[in-house]
Design a protein around this ligand. Structure first.
Ligand SMILES: *Cc1c(COP(=O)(O)O)cnc(C)c1O
Length: 495
């Protein structure tokens, strides 16, 4: 398996793609072709546990890793790190809808699925291609990635991790999770700006030759834990394959029957992984992209025009408050038959004019695969209440966006295909919004009182990692302007 860039012909192995994170030309690394999940492999996967399934899927892409190396990575990531040792359980909601719960890991959001594995993949990759250099992981986060990356990389040898988050763009729980993070190799800084500012800042620093030079002189090299890193994507393919195996194994569908996937989407990483799984032969029918009030992807899928010249909203589902969905570039690359020249042009338009339009032919291809919808905060909260009242299922704000968009989709199309909805965070991560949705009388003042009340009112358990935050000391208090991000990095690295 070789990897190329979405913007210039490249030919590298997975270790190099993972160690580098982002290509020099600004493009993203993508597999040259998709390995197929054969019929006999499905038979084998059905009888394996999550780790076994992860191993089998990963080895199709990481052909420059030995089986022993992949097993070591997978065991480190998924053994005893997730509730009941089941990383991605499937819960039935109705006759045809299933929740794929991806938040049973140490930080209570789906980012753990990939970020528990990435430090293993990255340090193995670095030992193959970056001979002994310290990998400096730069992260821009809308909340969940930051904590999941900090948890995954804390005290991992030969790595340093630096996380930037928008000062006012994350939930109090997300902020506390990050600012209390321990570890001798971690730095955390709030920036005065939104997520896109943080992401753009990180991308700029990545391609800054002077910074690269300075790092090299200190035997360091940048890498990324954002979903632009292929090492983040490949673990996400696994849980869609695993969900299919669980559906077949439990007799909910027959082998070969297709199913829809609904994903609450921000940077387009999670839904892209489902698309990749489909390219590998998984019988996915529609991919349904759910957005909050920042509905740039809904507009794009419905019109073929991507236009970021619009207002940015801070919503109750902050991990989806994004106007530049980086991973969309990878989808465009496939839809344009892997034509890097076209993609470079579109991305140049995006950076100079803030918009681009795809051809009618590509739009038709896009709409054949994807449906899209969006909802605002009031609809999100109404959905949380409706789901809780009707079936006792408590979901977080992001997942509620997905459920609402799914219900709208079914109402509009009558599509009864069995459907897997990606449930991306514990409701306790967004306690204020979730509590106000189910019971908004006498709202407590503090986040922890809200958490306690939510547990009482809904008779559900507070996840242990969140309950433990209350007694932790805030260690990271840095705030900087977005122009000063590189200064903060130099300080953190002592260079
Ligand atoms: C990151 C995140 C999303 C968005 O996922 P993308 O891969 O960026 O599209 C949705 N929900 C939650 C809870 C998240 O943390």
């Amino acid at each position: 398996m070789r990897f190329t860039s979405t913007r210039a012909k490249t030919n590298i192995e997975s270790a190099q793609a993972i160690a580098m994170g982002l290509s020099k030309d600004g493009g993203l690394f993508v597999p040259e072709s998709f390995p197929k999940i054969s019929d006999s492999l499905v038979d084998k996967l059905i009888d394996l546990d999550y780790k076994g399934r992860a191993f089998e899927v990963l080895r199709l892409y990481l052909t420059d890793f030995t089986d022993e190396e992949i097993k070591y990575c997978v065991n480190g990531a998924y053994e005893n790190k997730f509730d009941n040792n089941i990383p991605a359980p499937l819960t039935q909601l109705s006759d045809s809808a299933f929740m794929l719960e991806l938040w049973h890991g140490p930080t209570c959001a789906f980012k753990d699925m990939a970020l528990q594995l990435l430090p293993y993949l990255l340090t193995k990759s670095a030992s193959k291609v970056a001979d002994g250099k310290t990998m400096v992981i730069l992260v821009a986060t809308s909340g969940d990635t930051g904590k999941a990356a900090l948890d995954g990389f804390a005290d991992v040898e030969n790595t340093k991790i630096i996380v930037f988050y928008p000062e006012d763009g994350v939930s109090p729980m997300q902020k506390l999770q990050m600012t209390t993070q321990m570890g001798n190799n971690v730095s955390v800084c709030a920036i005065k700006g939104n997520f896109d500012d943080a992401q753009t800042g990180v991308k700029t620093i990545f391609s800054d030759e002077k910074m690269k030079q300075l790092l090299a002189e200190n035997n360091m090299e940048f890498s990324s834990a954002n979903s632009i890193n292929f090492g983040r994507l490949v673990p996400q393919i696994v849980y869609y394959v695993s969900a299919y195996c669980d559906l077949v194994k439990s007799g909910k569908i027959n082998k070969g029957d297709s199913f829809n996937v609904v994903v609450p989407t921000g940077n387009f990483g999670n839904i892209l992984a489902a698309y990749y799984a489909k390219q590998m032969g998984l019988p996915v029918a529609k991919l349904i992209c759910a957005s909050n009030k920042n509905n740039i992807l809904t507009d794009f899928i419905n019109t073929g025009v991507y236009d970021r010249n619009r207002d940015f909203y801070t919503t109750a589902s902050p991990s989806m408050d994004i106007l530049i969905s980086s991973n969309l570039e990878r989808l465009l690359f496939e839809l344009y038959n892997k034509d890097e020249t076209v993609i470079s042009g579109l991305m140049a338009d995006l950076s100079s004019k803030g918009k681009y339009a795809i051809s009618d032919e590509v739009k038709a291809k896009l709409q054949a695969e994807f449906a899209a919808g969006c909802c605002d905060d009031d609809e999100t909260k109404a959905q949380i209440k409706k789901l809780f009242d009707s079936c006792g299922y408590l979901c977080d704000t992001h997942t509620a966006v997905a459920v609402k968009v799914y219900e709208d989709y079914v109402a509009k199309t009558g599509d009864k295909t069995p459907t897997v909805i990606a449930s991306t965070a514990s409701p306790y991560k967004f306690a204020a919004s979730v509590l106000s949705a189910v019971d908004n009388e006498n709202m407590p003042e503090s986040e922890f009182d809200m958490v306690d009340k939510l547990s009482k009112v809904t008779n559900t358990d507070i996840p242990t990692p969140l309950a433990g935050l209350k007694s932790k000391e805030v260690i990271h208090k840095n705030v900087c302007d977005k122009q000063d991000m590189s200064q903060f990095i130099k300080q953190s690295l002592n260079i």
